[in-house]
Design a protein around this ligand. Structure first.
Ligand SMILES: [Zn+2]
Length: 105
């Protein structure tokens, strides 16, 4: 199981940096990248274009990533991060395994 040894949220540069024990350099994620990759069911449906209500909420679920300025991210157990986007979206649970994979791309 992947668990970062350090988690940095840079609100100014709009980046999240995760350091892994077995990787020489940290994985860097832009907020936009994280928001577009949001693993929640709603964003998944929009990405897969199989949501019948999509026309009612066109792509609102996936926009430019802007985190709320206070408590923008929280640990979920010891296996995931939850991001709190400025528009109120917060249902995505980003497991460290998922983030590790995303960072390798
Ligand atoms: Zn989502």
């Amino acid at each position: 199981m992947n668990t970062p040894t350090d988690i940095q949220v840079d609100l100014k540069q709009r980046q999240v940096r995760l350091t892994w024990a077995d990787k020489p350099s940290p994985s860097v994620y832009t907020f936009t990248q994280l928001r577009k990759a949001c693993p929640c069911a709603e964003c998944d449906a929009v990405r897969n274009n199989d949501d019948p209500l999509r026309i009612l909420k066109p792509d609102q679920a996936i926009t430019e990533g802007i985190l709320r300025p206070y408590q923008p991210v929280e640990l979920v157990g010891n296996y995931a991060l939850q991001f709190f986007w400025a528009d109120g979206h917060q249902t995505g649970i980003y497991t460290f395994d998922f983030l590790r994979q995303l960072g390798n791309g």
